[in-house]
Structures are given as C-alpha cells and as structure tokens.
Design a binder for this molecule. Structure first.
Ligand code: ADP
Ligand code: GLC
Length: 490
C-alpha cells in the first residue's frame, strides 16, 4: 500500500509533543510491514537539520492556489532516520514557517490550512496517488475537505483519508476566510451543520469537526479515550458529531518506537540495560544526580517529563513535587509551557526550590535530557486531567521507571495498579489514582514511595513487569493497516 502522512510534526526533526513521535513511529512500522510511506511536513526554519540526511530540492516550482492567486513553494526531500520526508517551503510575505516556533502564532489557522492545501497540490501535480492519506489533528483536518470538494474532481478520486485526533481540545473554530483562501466557494454549503459549521457557534467553521465529517475513518489514540470522547463528554463539544459518525470512529492505542526509546540501545544514557541487568539503571540515576546537582542519598527519584499545560494537571504536578519532598523522595521536572502564566508558575517553583538538594526543575524542551530522566528516575508521575493516550508512561515502563498515573484515557489502558483491580500480578506495572485532587495524588504516591523504601523486591518486580510490557508499534501498526484496508476498497 502507498501511504502518505500529512502532519505538522515528525520526531526527531520537529516535535512539540507525542504527535511527532507517533507520526515517526507509525510510519516506520508501516514500512517494516512492506508499505511505501512518505511524510509531508512544513519546512520550518527551526527543523533539526542535523537529523535530516541528504536534503535536496525535489520540486522547484510548486504553485499553490491561494486566494485569487498562487503562492510559489519549493519542496525539499530528505531522510529522517530512514523515513522519506518532503518539506514544503512557501515563498510569500507571510513567512508562514519562518517563525522560530512550530505553534503559537496569531495566524496558525492560515499557516496550517495553507500547508494542507500545499501538500495536496504537491501530490496532485507530481502524480502521486497514495492509497491512503493519513492526517493528524486540526492542523491537517482540512485535507479531506479539499480532497473531496476540489481534488477529487481533478482525478484524485481513489484516495482515502484516515484522520487521527490526538487531542480534541484543540479544534480551531475559525471564520469564513479559509474558504476564500483555499478555493472552497459556496459558503452557505460549508456553513451547514452537517458540513463544517461549529456545533455551538453558527457563524464559525470548526476545522477538527470538518476532518471528522469528511474523512473515511477517524481514530483517536486509545480505546479508553474513544469511549470517553463518545460517552463522557471528553471530546470538547464534538460528542454529537462523533455519535453521528460512530461507525467510522475508533480508538487505536499508540505505540512507542523501541528503536528510539529503549534502554538497551539508547545513546543518550551512560550505560545500557534491560530487564536482566536492571542494576545498570542506577548508573543513569547517579548521572542524573550529577547533572542536576542532587544530593546522593538513599532516596527514590520521582520525575515529570512533559508539556506544562492545563491538560497535564498543573496543580497536581506542583503538589506531587512538594509531597514527594515531604515523604523523603527527590523530584526532577523537565517541561515547557506555551502559556505565560503556567511558565511563570513553574519559574516561581524553580526559584523557591533552587537550594533544595532533592529537587531540580528544568524549564525547556530537551529531547536528549529526557532520555536520561526516563532512565535515571525510579518513578514517573502523570496526573493528567485528560490524556488521549500519553507516551510518557509508555516510555517510562520500557525504562523500568514505575508510572504513577491518573486513571484516564490511554493511561487507564496501559497502567495497572499494584494493589487494586482485577489484573494478574504479572501485569501490574504501576500505581493508579482516580480523583483529580491532592488526595488522589497522595494516595498513589505514598504507596509507591513506601513500597520503594520498605519492599524493594516488590518494587523491583513492578519494574520488571513494566519492562516486559509490549507497547511497541507492532499491535497498533496491525490495527491501522486494518483500518486502511477497510477504507481502501470502499
Ligand atoms: P503530549 O503529546 O500531550 O505532549 P505525550 O505523553 O503523548 O504527551 O508525549 C509527549 C512526548 O514529548 C514524549 O516523547 C515526551 O518525552 C516529550 N516531551 C514533552 N515535553 C518535553 C520536554 N520539555 N523536553 C523533552 N521532551 C519532552
Ligand atoms: C496528544 C495527546 C497525548 C497523545 C499524543 C500522541 O498530544 O495529548 O495523550 O499521546 O497526542 O498521540
């Protein structure tokens, strides 16, 4: 099968969160299974060019219809850890992708709608006719609309679209301008409830809803979150739309690329290890302490690695830091916030805890450092308010770092409590709490820390159970191919 991923991120060349990991890992798995996979990305000015091999211009003169004219683009090709990637560079005064940032610009809707249009135009003019186009999140949600309403009439009628929603919170409710920009005439038609109109604002279009309506299949990134989105109001107002299209909606659990996230081969940690050599994990623990000037004492390290966003439970993370210190643990945090208030909050915590030899807060995005933390910590806390899948807990499991998580979304599908629940002992791999409050966090953290101190052998068993889990792309790869096959012949 010929599959094209149209995406705003692909690790390690451009990554803001898990979406980037997923686009890379899924593409690799699909290739291993004998498919031809290409990835189309914007050519951001802050791409990690050290991670692209053999970058060359592959298409000099791509003219993308835009408003009443056309924007000249150059398309580059390069390999990202073996994956075939195309990078679209527009030459216009808008400077869409020369912002030294991936997201967070006032014209993000325009930037990514343009990119979606350009990606389709590129497929069209180069004669590429994939069986499947796989789009991700609101940034590329307009692709199936443009395909059905424009490109189909130019000969692209056999292409089918799978649309993956990584996060229902970010839908992008926007005005009619994108219709004018992309050549979708007939505003009355697109503003119908059955089409692109937002479910709540009759004067606005909703990009994510459009992706759901127009795609051949819609997935979200875990079965539990698919249920929450349909039945528990976790789709941020898209529940009715999902119900209307429930026959083409399902949850497929994300995987983790064990060629990238694997303590047995990881280049970013001082000593490799697997479940038969766990003691070597403690070399990373020492190295993490050296790096952050933490006191060397008999204490567990609890870590948080992730975006600092309301979704992740800001108050709960903060509480976990102070509670851990109270219980005699050490805490390490690596995170970046796009919201200024949240950034200030953690900078304040950092200043407050600056002289504490048991705590380090690192604000920023640092892929290499994240590997050392996954390996060096004893536990990883993920107290999310909602979590479509979550990769942090899956990576932690592979590194023998016991997850302490809230039972929500993909966290509920992947972490099984040591003490409670009906799972067999061999499958219990962490600590889980239900309520998004301080008592919830405390109930799980206290059990985890006291097991570490009092019953190290039991704690070690949990580590091994976690490392034995298979959250590779093997299963999800199989499920995505089933979806592709299902829609391909329709
Ligand atoms: P989300 O996609 O909601 O941010 P996930 O848990 O699915 O959450 O994926 C987050 C990914 O981004 C993981 O690979 C995590 O290690 C990485 N990550 C998040 N924040 C940082 C950071 N500040 N530095 C390095 N890696 C980070
Ligand atoms: C989103 C979700 C996260 C998921 C990731 C990759 O950003 O917040 O739960 O793991 O996408 O699918």
């Amino acid at each position: 099968m010929f599959i094209v991923q149209i995406a705003p991120e692909c690790a390690p060349v451009v990554k803001a969160g898990g979406l980037g990991d997923v686009v890379f890992g899924l593409s690799r798995e699909l290739e291993i299974r004998g498919n031809d996979v290409e990835i189309i990305l914007p050519k951001y000015d802050n791409l990690r060019s050290d991670k692209i091999w053999g970058m060359t211009v592959t298409y000099q003169d791509l003219w993308v219809p835009w408003y009443n004219g056309a924007v000249h683009c150059t398309v580059f090709f390069g390999f990202v850890s073996g994956r075939k990637c195309f990078f679209i560079e527009p030459h216009s005064q808008d400077n869409f992708f020369n912002r030294n940032t991936v997201y967070g610009c006032h014209d993000d809707v325009k930037r990514f709608v343009f990119f979606s249009k350009a990606a389709l135009e590129f497929l069209f003019v180069t004669g590429k006719r994939p069986d499947i186009i796989h789009c991700h999140d609101w940034q590329t949600a307009i692709v199936p609309v443009l395909l059905s309403e424009i490109y189909r009439f130019h000969g692209m009628h056999h292409q089918r679209v799978c649309f993956t929603v990584h996060n229902f919170k970010h839908q992008r409710v926007t005005g009619a301008e994108i219709l004018t920009a992309t050549g979708l005439g007939r505003p009355d038609y697109y503003f119908r409830y059955e089409q692109m109109r937002d479910n709540f604002n009759p004067n606005a279009l909703n990009l994510m809803k459009s992706g759901i309506v127009y795609s051949n299949f819609v997935t979200t990134v875990s079965p539990h979150h698919a249920h929450e989105a349909l039945h528990c109001d976790q789709s941020f107002g898209l529940g009715h739309t999902l119900h209307a299209f429930r026959d083409k909606f399902g949850g497929i659990l994300n995987g983790v690329d064990y060629d990238v996230w694997n303590p047995a081969i990881d280049h970013f940690i001082p000593a490799n290890y697997d479940s038969s050599s766990i003691d070597k994990k403690y070399i990373s623990k020492e190295s993490l302490r050296d790096r952050f000037l933490l006191r060397k004492d008999y204490k567990p390290i609890i870590a948080y690695v992730g975006r600092l966003d309301d979704q992740k439970g800001i108050n709960l993370i903060t509480h976990a830091i102070h509670y851990t210190l109270r219980l005699g643990g050490q805490f390490v945090l690596l995170g970046a916030a796009s919201n200024q208030g949240i950034h200030n909050h953690f900078m304040h915590q950092k200043r407050m805890l600056n002289d504490n030899p048991d705590c380090h807060i690192e604000i920023g995005f640092n892929e290499e450092l994240s590997h050392l933390i996954y390996a060096g910590a004893d536990m990883m806390i993920v107290p999310s308010l909602f979590e479509p899948c979550g990769l942090a807990q899956l990576i932690a499991l592979k590194y023998g770092t016991v997850p302490v998580v809230r039972s929500v979304g993909g966290l509920a599908d992947t972490v099984f409590d040591k003490d409670y629940g009906s799972t067999d002992w061999e499958h219990r791999n962490g600590f889980v709490f239900n309520n998004a409050d301080y008592q919830g966090v405390e109930s799980a953290l206290a059990r985890a820390i006291s097991l570490w101190y009092s019953y190290p052998d039991d704690f070690r068993s949990l580590i091994i159970h976690g490392m034995n889990c298979d959250y590779s792309w093997n299963n999800p790869g199989h499920h995505y191919l089933n979806v592709y096959n299902l829609i391909k012949d329709k």
